[in-house]
Structures are given as C-alpha cells and as structure tokens.
Design a protein around this ligand. Structure first.
Ligand code: SAH
Length: 369
C-alpha cells in the first residue's frame, strides 16, 4: 500500500507539456533543450525506459528514474469491430477505467479521447451520464490514450497512424479545462504529435466561460452539442442549457470564431425519434444558425440499455438534412461506426470504484447558479 501511495506522489512526465517540461529541467539545472529530447523519446519513439535515452547523460537518467515515472494506463480490453473501429478499455492507476475509440477512414485515423471518469452533466440520451461523475483525468491519462493508440496501431511504414483527435469520449472536456488544454498542447507540439489545430477538435455541451478562455489559450476546432433548436427542448436534453441558454451559446460561438478565422463551428445534433427530428425542428434550426458560420453533424442516436429513446429512421434523417441543406447549411450525417462493440457516440462507459468520493451529478439547481 505504501509503495502504491509513493508511486502516486511521483510526477508522471507523460503529461508535461513543453513549457512544464522545460521548467522541470531548469529546476534540475539542465538546459531547456532537454525538454525537446525527452518529449521526442516519449511521444514520438514510445520509449519509456530512461536507460534507453542515450542522448541524456547517465547522471540525468538516474535522477529522472528516481524522481519521475512514465507510466501509461493499462489496456484491459481491446475490441475490434468488423468496420475496423477499435475500442480499448483502459485501467488507471487508482483502479478506475475509461474507454478510447479509434475510427479508421480512407486517409484519416481519428481517435476519440476521454477527459473524465464518468460525466456529471446528465444529458438525457447519453450512456456516460448514467454512471455519474467520478473524477477528472490527469493530463498524462489524457495524452496517454493517444500514445497508446499510436503504439498499438503503428506499422513499419506508419509510426503515428492517429491523424485526428476528437475530445468526444467520456466526460465534458471543458470541466477539466487545465488538464485537457495541457494534453491538447502536446497533441499540437512538433516534438510530440505535431497535429495542426484543425486536426484537434474539442466537443462541448456549451460551457461559455471556458469556451472563451479556450479561444484565447488553445483555439482548436470546436464542436458544440446543440441537439435542439429551442431552449424548452434543450433544457430537457442537455440540462446545462438552463445555465447557458442557446442565445448566449451562439454569441459565444461567434466570439470563438474570431480566434479561428475561416473556420466553422460544428454543431452536433443527435437524431431522436419523435423528439427533435420533425420538419419544423429542422426549419427552426436553420433559422437559429443562419448567422453563425457552421456545419451541422447529424448523429443517429446510439441506443444503450435502459434508454427510453429510439433512433430516427434513415428517411427522417435524410429529410431533416435536406431541409437544412436547402436553407444553405452544410449538413452531414455521421456514419455510425463501431456499434457492434458499443463504441459509438454516447455509448462509452468505463467502470469506476467509488472509493474516494461519492458519485455526484450536477443537478439542475447547480446549473442555474
Ligand atoms: N461532453 C462533450 C463530449 C460528449 S460525446 C459534449 O457534450 O459535447 C460527443 C457527442 O456524442 C456529443 O455531441 C454527445 O451529445 C453525443 N452523444 C451522447 N450520447 C449519444 C448517443 N446515445 N447517441 C448519439 N450521440 C450521443
């Protein structure tokens, strides 16, 4: 037990961004370029054993080994769907677990990354919401998902198969702002993964203050979970709407776009049979979004055990898309991938042991305050 505790107090350098890594080395009295060297060993070469980092002095390697770790989450389940989608269940050092999904496409490999153990936002159609919230992931647990995926998927002619990251796994990434930004900085760092900001997308249910902070500090591509064209319905589906209603959300989206010129916001819209999928809803949506440079991503609802909702028919989804397109809004229907292994949007569910705190849900009352 004491050994385990000690291990948790040791710094895990996998989550250190360039700035923190440089600071760490300067505190050791080392040159800042050591940070770039270590980042490359970890994130580009997948080397976690200091003894193999031959361009660092022996004394430095010894110091690193005694003060820090480079531990990654442990893969406890690896599932592959016939369409090529992979889902990994990862166990964290404290016994909690999370899921990460890889979705291969023609020229892209997209990784769907989790940011929290569980989620407290309680969206009515989401499986993750069912388990409640346990804790934020550390930066090393977030970037560790990308490191592991590249490692598991690498082939001789492709060392880093993940070309795009979407922060669309378990959790609300903007409620874990600092650690998520730190991990996204590593995703974009040329000494780590070198992904452009267009290839890193954060999906949020709409936390306005954090969206504004993000546009200043780390303006990645933004996806917003809208799911309804009016406040009455959105209050029901995405309860954080009671705190941050649609008009303010759209103002904030316009503000965000100032930081990423020529880009669009992606609005996600889950297609729930008989709930938000009528012609009238489509027309309301088109009207609502006419002044926001955007595209709409229609997500056929992915069912899970115990849900009361059903997926809209393909005819309905096509009709909804056609109305939006006729009104001039680029609309695509997200292909459902990996549903054979419950890896589709909203189906992710890790397991957690609730030893340290009781599971909490952010209640509607909290959301109003
Ligand atoms: N908390 C973030 C990330 C969530 S997951 C957010 O709210 O944006 C990514 C997308 O999947 C979100 O748009 C989410 O609303 C949607 N989603 C959740 N459950 C779903 C389900 N059962 N079927 C389809 N999409 C779902």
């Amino acid at each position: 037990m004491s050994e385990q505790l000690d291990k948790q107090q040791v710094i895990n350098l996998i989550g250190h961004n360039h700035q923190e890594m440089s600071r760490y080395f300067s505190e050791l009295g080392e040159q800042p370029f050591r940070a770039s060297q270590l980042l490359k060993w970890i994130h580009q070469h997948g080397v976690y054993d200091y003894a193999r980092m031959t361009n660092l002095s022996k004394a430095l390697r010894g110091k690193l080994a005694s003060q820090t770790t480079l531990d990654l989450p442990e893969i406890i389940k690896d599932q592959a769907s016939p369409d090529g989608t992979r889902k990994w269940l990862l166990r964290l050092a404290d016994g909690n677990s999370i899921e990460t999904v890889y979705i291969p496409e023609d020229k892209r490999g997209t990784l769907c990354v989790s940011s929290q153990v569980g989620c407290g936002l309680n969206c009515s159609f989401c499986a993750t919401a069912r388990q409640g919230y346990n804790r934020n992931l550390e930066a090393h647990e977030i970037i560790g998902q990308l490191r592991l995926a590249n490692q598991l998927l690498a082939s001789d002619d492709n060392e880093r198969p993940v070309t795009n990251v979407v922060m669309m796994g378990m959790g609300e990434p903007l409620l874990n702002y600092r650690n998520v930004v730190q991990a996204m900085q590593l995703m974009q760092d040329d000494f780590a993964y070198g992904l452009s900001k267009r290839r890193v997308t954060l999906s949020t249910s709409g936390l306005l203050p954090e969206m504004l902070k993000l546009s200043d500090e780390c303006p990645v591509s933004l996806a917003v979970s809208l799911h309804a064209p009016n406040d009455k319905l959105r209050d029901e589906l995405v309860p954080i709407n009671k705190k941050y209603p649609i008009a303010e959300l759209l103002d904030t989206c316009r503000e965000y776009l100032k930081g990423i010129p020529h880009q669009r916001i992606t609005f996600e819209y889950v297609m729930l049979d008989g709930i938000n999928d009528s012609d009238d809803h489509a027309r309301q949506l088109a009207k609502l979004l006419r002044n926001v440079p955007c595209k709409i991503n229609l997500i056929p609802f992915n069912p899970f055990e115990g849900t009361g909702y059903q997926r809209s028919s393909m005819n309905r989804i096509n009709r909804f898309r056609d109305i939006l397109m006729q009104k001039g809004i680029i609309t695509v229907t997200r292909r459902t991938r990996g549903d054979e292994i419950d890896a589709a949007c909203g189906q992710l569910a890790g397991k957690f042991t609730d030893r340290t705190r009781r599971s909490i849900r952010i209640s509607a009352e909290d959301m109003k305050s």
